[in-house]
Ligand binder design. Sequence first.
Ligand code: FE
Length: 336
Amino acid sequence: MKIFPASLCSAAIIAMASPALSADVNVYSYRQPELVNPLFDAFTAETGIKVNVSFLAKGLVEKLKAEGDRSPADLVMTVDISRLNGIVEAGVTQPVISETLTANIPAEFRDPNNQWFGLTSRARIIYASKDRVQNGEVTTYEDLADPKWKGRICTRAGTHSYNLALTSAVLAHHGELDAKRWLQGVKDNLARKPQGNDRAQVKAIYAGECDIAIGNTYYMKKMLEDADQTAWANSVRIVFPTFIDGGTHVNLSGVAMTKAAPNKENAIKLIEFLSSAKAQEIYAETNGEYPLKAGTKPSDLVASWGDFTADTIPLIDIAKLRAASLKLVEQVNFDE
Ligand code: FE
């Protein structure tokens, strides 16, 4: 696998024109190297097709728009349904018709118009202090707004895509008025101003600053694997909350094909590979995410956190509520 920095893109475009490189698949990724490289290596080992990855922190849509027809990118990979949907809505993707993908990825985890495909899921759960929170004390997302948690909750910014998706789910379940009340209630319960990433909230529980935090499941694995963070992880247990009238909020990581994809054929092979049992198991073992293909299982560690039933609000609906959620977050000054 070859990594080409964003600044070399014009060179990459020229290189793409040479027949020797024409079979390579080029990926623009918001996902981190350590998460996706093992998958691309396995794909290359199986097919002989090389994958070149450009890792981006932001500006993926702008970059694709600027490159237009001359873009070397075949695929984009990212987390979060709103980001995936945003890329599609920007008009820089094309549909992929594949029986393999239809068979491997459950309908709720792919775009009805075949513009994006989920590859893994993650649940947005509650990390609860083992010492200060009893079993059964918090069981629903609605509970987070209960005044009994006053001064006891930590979270990252309300404007972060993970939290916006959760707020969108609250909106979908309860409507605008109650969603706003919920958001205000959670804000009123915060131990501190929203800050840091999901793991920073667990650190704060460890440090005694708060008792429960909102976070994604796979961070538990990441913390356990980092010697500096193991103690944080061991200070909490995972609670899979549900909505009063629903299940546990999940989000996804996924992939889409760019409109300009120069190597569509091999790019489809790569997406299909990523949905295969082999790749789904790599995802499960390496990333601690939930595989989507029927018959594939999460890793033993992830399974040890317990079972849950995913909420049934379609992810595409969650994406469409992003703007409304952002408005609510701003109205209650959640991050101030
Ligand atoms: Fe994350």
